[in-house]
Design a protein around this ligand. Structure first.
Ligand code: FES
Ligand code: FES
Length: 160
């Protein structure tokens, strides 16, 4: 067995640490070592986007990184979106506008949407579709997702 390496990172505002083999994927470290199973694993080779997280404020695929590469990083996963027991406006909008069915793509979709709205707070429908095109949904046909992101953008702008 390969030597285990110490990994220390901040996840959802909390410093977490663990030990992992150098070959361990970040998504597996989050799920198996830190117990954060909200981040899903689909294809494991960078196609489906289910494993999308925010890494130092930008969307990244956690199946394309090794856990050791994230040492020292700040990570946001779907578990970190709600605050004080209240859903994030994006989560509320996905609920209200039927932005999910099975929910498998949803964690990645939410983080990709958050990344999009952080750089473009007033996206057009075409920009929403382009911004989320790196996350695949096999259920919804995307209509509800696009409506939800549009609604969340309005809510977030109104909240200032
Ligand atoms: S599991 Fe990472 S892109 Fe599919
Ligand atoms: S809601 Fe099922 S994959 Fe998107």
């Amino acid at each position: 067995m390969a030597e285990l390496r110490e990994i220390r990172l901040t996840v959802n505002g909390v410093v977490r640490q663990g030990r992992a083999e150098p070959r361990k994927l970040l998504v597996d470290f989050l799920r198996e070592d830190l117990g954060l199973t909200g981040t899903h694993v689909g294809c494991e080779h960078g196609i489906c986007g289910a494993c999308t997280i925010l890494l130092n404020g930008e969307a990244a695929r956690s199946c394309l990184m090794l856990a050791v590469q994230a040492d020292g990083a700040e990570i946001l996963t779907v578990e970190g979106l709600a605050t004080d027991g209240k859903l994030h406006p994006l989560q509320e909008a996905f609920w209200e506008h039927h932005g999910l069915q099975c929910g498998f793509c949803t964690p990645g979709m939410l983080l990709a949407a958050l990344d999009l709205l952080s750089v473009n707070p007033s996206p057009t429908e075409a920009e929403i579709r382009a911004g989320l095109s790196a996350v695949l949904c096999r259920c919804t046909g995307y209509q509800g997702i696009v409506r939800a992101v549009k609604a969340a953008a309005e809510r977030l702008r109104a909240a200032g």
